[in-house]
Every structure is written in C-alpha cells, then in structure tokens.
Design a protein around this ligand. Structure first.
Ligand code: ATP
Length: 199
C-alpha cells in the first residue's frame, strides 16, 4: 500500500486545486520557508480524520479553509483527497485504488468520503485500523514525534505497538461491544424498574 496522489483545494495556502503525484523516486518536497510544505502534511493528517485544531496549527477547524489574501477572497470550503494504492488488499475493500476525501464548509459542516461514497468518520477510521495509517498511528512521524512517543504514558506508547501488531481493530470492536453491553444492561435495569412499578 502506498500513497499515489494528494489533491488539495481550498485548504490552508492551497486556494486552487493542486495535486502532487508521488511517483517512484519522490523522497522529499522542497521549497522556501512558508511555501506550504507543512500544510501538505497537515492536509494528509486532516483527511485521515484529525480532530485536534492544535495538531492542525489552527485555533478553530474552520481556520484550515483558505482565508484569503490581498488579491484573493477567502473560500468557503476546503477539500483534500488521498489516492492510495491497495494492490496488496491491505485495506479491506476489493479495489486496487482507494480514494479518501474530507470536505469542510465554513459553517462547520464536515463530510468524509471513501471512493466518493459518503461515510462516517468512524467507518473511515475502521478502514485504516492496523495499517499504521491514521491520526495516532506511525505513518506520519513529525518533528518531535519520537521524543513525544518516548515520553508518553506507557498505555499511549502501547497503542503504537498494538497498531503494528495488528490488534487495534479487535480492541476497538471489543470496546464497542462493551459499550453496547453496558447500555443494554442500563436499559434492562430501567425496564425492570418500570415493570416493578406496574406490578
Ligand atoms: P517552513 O519551511 O518555514 O516550515 P512551510 O513550507 O512548511 O514553511 P507552511 O507552514 O506549510 O510552510 O505554510 C505556511 C503558510 O501557509 C503561511 O504563509 C500561512 O499564511 C499560510 N496559511 C496557513 N493557513 C492558511 C489559510 N487558512 N489560508 C491561507 N493561507 C494559510
């Protein structure tokens, strides 16, 4: 699995639709200070479901939408698409190429798409469990991330090992089942209370 292409439109400094093809041999993106290199990494994290404005270097999420310049007015929507090769079927979809898209409107509405089908953020995250891709995984190692990982709490460090070992998916499903079970137990208690009142 590898990243084939990123398309950015209206996100941070990328007002116009811009694409980068990560063809064989590309190992670095170079450019002068402030030209938008980090914004490209931000775009990758964002489309994978990043929710932290701090990690987006923004005060509020709408700040990631192009906010205009002296010559150009602000836009009302930001959109980022990743095209990922899935030839080894590491992602659980029977397709050799998968596109992931996130769109955010200035009124706060947000949408995620997998191959142009609207999905929930939860579904998008599930697609990437155990692949090392995702906002808390290890495919994006930014400056300081290694230090952060080493100084993190043991449980947080463990998350990376679990992701690499391929058990995140099962742990998440386990937690979800536990949540549902607790909810069902609460409902049962409520039903029993009502029944005893009726009797
Ligand atoms: P350096 O090499 O100094 O780290 P860089 O190439 O990584 O720089 P970025 O941090 O990616 O640069 O880009 C910074 C630029 O993005 C700034 O000029 C900033 O004004 C612009 N920018 C950030 N958010 C927005 C936005 N919402 N709308 C328009 N421009 C934005």
């Amino acid at each position: 699995m590898f990243l084939k292409r990123i398309e950015i439109m209206g996100f941070k400094s990328f007002a116009d639709r811009t694409h980068i093809d990560f063809t064989d041999g590309i190992t670095a993106l170079l450019g002068p200070n402030g030209c938008g290199k980090s914004n490209i990494v931000d775009a990758m994290k964002w489309v994978l479901g990043e929710q932290s404005t701090k990690n987006m270097r923004a005060e509020k999420m709408e700040d990631v939408i192009f906010n205009g310049t002296d010559e150009r007015k602000a836009l009302n929507v930001a959109e980022v698409t990743l095209i990922i090769s899935n030839e080894e079927n590491l992602l659980d979809l029977d397709l050799s190429e998968i596109s992931i898209k996130r769109r955010l409107y200035r009124n706060g509405d947000s949408e995620y798409f997998v191959n142009n089908t609207l999905v929930k953020l939860k579904e998008l995250r599930e697609l990437f469990y155990d692949t090392g891709i995702g906002k808390s995984a290890y495919s994006i190692m930014e400056q300081g991330k290694i230090d952060q990982v080493l100084s993190n709490k043991p449980e947080e460090r463990r998350y990376l090992f679990e992701e690499a070992a391929g058990i995140t998916r099962f742990k998440m499903k386990g937690s979800e089942a536990e949540r549902k079970l607790n909810k069902t137990n609460e409902n049962m208690v409520q039903v029993e209370n009502i029944l005893s009142e009726v009797k």
